[in-house]
Ligand binder design. Structure first.
Ligand code: FES
Length: 129
């Protein structure tokens, strides 16, 4: 039921793990199944002085689709400005994975929401400084 690409990333996910002292941390739970995902980001500057996602890692306690979508979103977000990264939708993630079974689309929400939560956390921390 999964595409080749999903299975490949599930077996060999990219950017899996933790970043110590991240600039932003997003924790999201999937209300449908109870699975949990953490997204860690390090923020740097690009040549124009804009905030970009310099490094990103994930820890996901979930299904095949959740691991593959986490891996895909980290690849999509790396090097992007925060504004660009925020615009990544669950459909972008699913499209890059050559589709997900309809009953698994809720799992791809976790990745998109986790990234948004990590960016929101970074902004909140920066404002507090
Ligand atoms: Fe829980 Fe997919 S079934 S994230």
């Amino acid at each position: 039921m999964y595409s080749e690409k999903v299975m490949k990333l599930f077996r060999h996910p990219h950017n899996m793990g933790k970043i110590e002292n991240p600039d932003g941390l997003g924790k999201v739970g999937n209300p449908v199944c109870g699975d949990v995902m953490y997204i860690y980001i390090k923020v740097g500057k690009n040549k124009e002085g804009k905030d970009i996602i310099e490094d990103i890692k994930f820890e996901t306690f979930g299904c095949v689709a959740a691991i593959a979508t986490s891996s895909m979103i980290t690849d999509l977000a790396k090097g992007k400005t925060l504004e660009e990264a925020e615009k990544i939708t669950r459909d972008d993630v699913a499209d890059c994975l050559e589709g997900l079974p309809p009953i698994k689309m809720h799992c791809s929400n976790l990745a998109a929401d986790g990234l948004k939560a990590a960016i929101a956390d970074y902004r909140k921390k920066r404002q507090a400084k």
